[in-house]
Design a protein around this ligand. Structure first.
Ligand SMILES: Cc1cc2nc3c(=O)[nH]c(=O)nc-3n(C[C@H](O)[C@H](O)[C@H](O)COP(=O)(O)OP(=O)(O)OC[C@H]3O[C@@H](n4cnc5c(N)ncnc54)[C@H](O)[C@@H]3O)c2cc1C
Length: 454
């Protein structure tokens, strides 16, 4: 065998699996294959000046490379079983939380010390929310910020590269069963290993599907979350974000009984493009360094959809909606809330007259031509509900960017060790469909490493 263990994907799942393996058994021969670039070479070409929107790079530096989709993320490590994945269903709630705390300790040791840990414990906002038919979920959140998150990754890489062989810009094409292990095929050759950990995240979702088909690994369709990213002056949410940083609030709509929730709140942050398999959607992040912060706060409002019979392809549905917005807007569309309510599109002129400066250059347009009525109605109801706990949310100039889509990989059938039906083939992180966050993906990596060593 060339290696004892091959890890496919260097996102948080893959990184923490490698970290724990090296810590517990330094003599192991470990290789990591990563489709994207090394951390120092990751650079999104959008500079807001010469290149204003996504040009569809072959390897998207936002989604791929050392650090995975998390590298330029907001670095919000939510320590909770209430959202961010269902890892606890496999390993138990207590153990899942312990692993998330363990990951947090490592992040602190590798450069994150001093970053604040926010918590919903004992907050008065819980009561305020419930009085207004809104539900605040429990969590502790460590906000590293995009800048400190990068430093942590740099430091972890510096330590890992001494013990682990990294292959960057090397997408794995196939995994083949061989006697006693696996053969990992890449463009220029093949490598053998005894055990293989697959951690390919959202950007590897199509590839994961192909591998599961080839190896007949059972899978189940997952949900897709569809909605918009809201951007408003930071002062509107400051009373919540100063205390909690991120508040995950759920609302059940009166009209349809659908649940709409806030997601990925970025105080004083920026709205960004996200390129998933060539489809441009919207996301957000923020910096810990006050010099890099903006005057706006952004967060997503999402509705979950899960198709099962006769149509099963929840992601395909989300993709079609995102494609429609890309077709109409050439990328992401932005609309003032006031224009949406009046049933008219936003125009360059109307945007220029707004009392808010957008942090992302998007095409002014009409989101009601893109999002299904049911989803848009839910989002509008939620904006009015949020206006009661954060007055100003339903202002005319509140910006809505669309569409935001959270694609979830199909759920791969694995056991408590996150091992597939093949002995020694593990599927972890967002690529497994089980996790959807930095902390859960990282925790799944630690869990698998410990299981392998045991
Ligand atoms: C802009 C943005 C902001 C975010 N902010 C937050 C946040 O604040 N908090 C939070 O909890 N989550 C956030 N997320 C989500 C978070 O980044 C992911 O949940 C997390 O990175 C998942 O980790 P992972 O290791 O499972 O997968 P990923 O991080 O996606 O890593 C998978 C890696 O596998 C590689 N890969 C794919 N296919 C192959 C192949 N065939 N061969 C080799 N390599 C392959 C990819 O290039 C990628 O680097 C954000 C995501 C984005 C895009």
């Amino acid at each position: 065998m060339n290696f004892d263990i091959v890890i496919i994907g260097a996102g948080p799942g893959g990184i923490f699996a490698a970290y724990e393996l090296v810590k517990l058994k330094p003599e192991l021969k470990i290789a990591v294959f990563e489709a994207g670039h090394s951390l120092d070479k990751r650079r999104c070409p959008i500079d807001g000046d010469k290149i204003k929107s996504c040009i569809g790079c072959k390897s998207c530096s936002i989604m791929s490379g050392f650090g995975g989709a998390g590298a330029f993320s907001d670095g919000k490590y939510n320590i909770t079983n209430d959202f961010g994945g269902t890892l606890y269903e496999y390993i138990g709630k207590k153990h899942a939380l312990e692993l998330m705390h363990y990951v947090d300790e490592i992040n602190m040791r590798f450069g994150g010390e001093g970053c604040k840990l926010y918590s919903t414990a004992g907050t008065r906002f819980k009561t305020l929310c419930i009085q207004n038919d809104l539900h605040l979920l429990d969590a502790s959140v460590r906000h590293l910020g995009t800048d400190i998150n990068y430093v942590v990754l740099e430091n972890i890489y510096a330590q890992l590269k001494e013990k682990v062989t990294f292959f960057f810009d090397t997408p794995v094409e196939t995994i083949k069963l061989i006697p006693g292990g696996y053969e990992i095929r890449v463009k220029d050759g093949a490598y053998s290993c005894e055990k293989c950990i697959v951690s390919v995240g959202r950007s590897g979702s199509k590839w994961m599907e192909k591998i599961c088909k080839e190896l007949s690994i059972p899978t189940e369709s997952n949900r897709v979350d569809l909605g918009v990213r809201v951007e408003l002056p930071a002062t509107v949410f400051a009373h919540l974000t100063d205390e909690l940083y991120e508040s995950k609030i759920v609302y059940r709509t009166e009209k349809y009984g659908d649940k709409v929730r806030t997601f990925c709140m970025n105080p004083k942050g920026a709205v960004v493009n996200e390129n998933t398999n060539g489809i441009i959607t919207v996301n957000g992040h923020s910096y810990e360094d006050p010099d890099m912060q903006t005057e706006n706060t952004n967060f997503a409002l999402l509705v979950s959809l899960h198709f099962s019979e006769p149509f099963k392809d929840s992601n395909g549905y989300g993709e079609s909606i995102a494609r429609l917005s890309n077709m109409l807007g050439g990328g992401v569309i932005v609309q003032r809330f006031g224009d949406l309510i009046r049933g008219r599109r936003s125009t360059v002129g109307r945007m220029e007259g707004a009392f808010i400066t957008p942090t992302l250059q998007a095409t002014p347009g009409d989101l009601s031509l893109v999002l299904p009525k049911r989803i848009l109605d839910g989002i509008i109801e939620m904006i009015y509900a949020l206006d009661k706990v954060a007055p100003g949310t339903a202002n005319e100039d509140t910006l809505l960017y669309g569409v935001e889509v959270k694609f979830y990989n199909m759920e791969v059938e694995v056991n408590k060790q996150l091992e597939s039906c093949y002995h020694g083939l593990y599927i972890i992180g967002d690529g497994s469909g089980i996790t959807h966050s930095l902390s859960h993906a990282s925790a799944s990596g630690v869990h698998v490493a410990r299981s392998i060593v045991e």
